[in-house]
Design a protein around this ligand. Structure first.
Ligand code: ADE
Ligand code: ZN
Length: 324
């Protein structure tokens, strides 16, 4: 099964590129940029990744990205991930990026975009791996700041495949971001949003009704609201589920308790994703394998889930046809 899952062409729709920063690269970038880390070794960094909830992870995630300063750093970050993903049979990666978090540390948008663009072109040329870029707004910061970020991103609107909504969910409902998502819609940019990871089912409804998103990132808490589950099924809304992330952030206690089997049983359109692979114990293949170990799913189930991701991916129809 391991070989089958590795060979299965997989598209990853939910990845935070800053969450792919492995401790080894964190140390080498810290050295290159003369930055002191609050850790003495890679082992010490990994040991610190013992999270109690989303916020406890976000604290280390924002600290970790402090080593990213130059376009070359962003290029190396993304290439490092693309190589690993490609080795795991990933053929397409859609990455969220958090420019507000970089701007807050004095790293301007062109630095981020230049580095990521270069890596994306190289990944296509050298690995045959396609990618998409999702500019994410930090929901725990003011809505006006999100609007400023989208305005600042004007030179890059054409290369954005989507906008997204991430960071601390509780107390930061989608309704806070109606104006900036309306603006993205006017610009013709597709929209996705994290909802129902730690937040209530109501946030999933708001993301659909107020932000007009085409996918829900996570969405696992929909199961608390049967009418919402029926709607998600009827409208075949794609959920980008991240099983190992949910375990590591204690959304569920262990893989055996993960609601994926119920979500599947309910007829929802699911995809499997890694979220922040460097922090949560593995990439796409590890997530697929964890599902196999926990639920004993058949090959057909994995083929169907991988197919959902290819169908829902932001890619040209030509590329999709070549992969399906
Ligand atoms: N930013 C990076 N990873 C995230 C997650 N799992 N949820 C919300 N925001 C994030
Ligand atoms: Zn996420």
């Amino acid at each position: 099964m391991h070989d089958f899952l590795r060979r299965l062409p997989k598209a990853e729709l939910h990845l935070h590129i800053e969450g792919s920063l492995e401790p080894e690269l964190m140390f080498s970038l810290a050295e290159r940029n003369g930055i002191r880390l609050p850790y003495d070794s890679v082992e010490e960094v990994r040991a610190a990744y013992d999270f109690t909830d989303l916020q406890s992870f976000l604290d280390l995630y924002y600290q970790g990205m402090s080593v990213l300063r130059t376009a070359e750093d962003f290029h190396d970050l993304a290439m490092d991930y693309f190589r690993r993903a490609s080795d795991e049979g990933v053929v397409h990666v859609e990455m969220h990026v958090d420019p507000q978090a970089h701007l807050a540390r004095g790293v301007e948008l062109p630095v981020v975009m230049e580095g990521l663009s270069l890596a994306r072109r190289r990944a296509w040329r050298e690995l045959g791996l396609s990618s998409a870029l999702i500019l994410a707004f930090l929901r725990d910061r003011p809505a006006e700041e999100a609007m400023e970020m989208l305005e600042r991103a004007a030179p890059y609107w054409e290369m954005l495949d989507g906008v997204g909504l991430d960071s601390a969910e509780q107390g930061n409902p989608p309704e806070k971001f109606v104006a900036v998502f309306r603006f993205a819609r006017e610009l013709g940019i597709p929209r996705v949003a994290h909802a129902g990871e730690e937040g209530p089912p109501e946030y999933i409804r708001q993301a659909l009704d107020l932000l007009d998103v085409c996918r829900i990132d996570h969405g696992v808490r929909c199961l608390e609201d049967p009418a919402l589950v029926a709607r998600l099924r009827d409208e075949q809304v794609v959920l980008t589920v991240c099983p190992l992330s949910n375990v590591r952030l204690r959304v569920v206690e262990q893989m055996a308790d993960h609601p994926l089997p119920q979500l599947l049983e309910a007829g929802l359109r699911l995809t499997l994703n890694s979220d922040d692979p460097a922090y949560f114990g593995g990439g796409m293949l590890a997530n697929f394998e964890a599902c196999h170990d926990a639920f004993g799913w058949s090959r057909e189930t994995f083929v169907a889930l991988a197919g959902n991701a290819l169908e829902a991916a932001f890619m040209s129809d030509e590329r999709r046809q070549a992969l399906l």
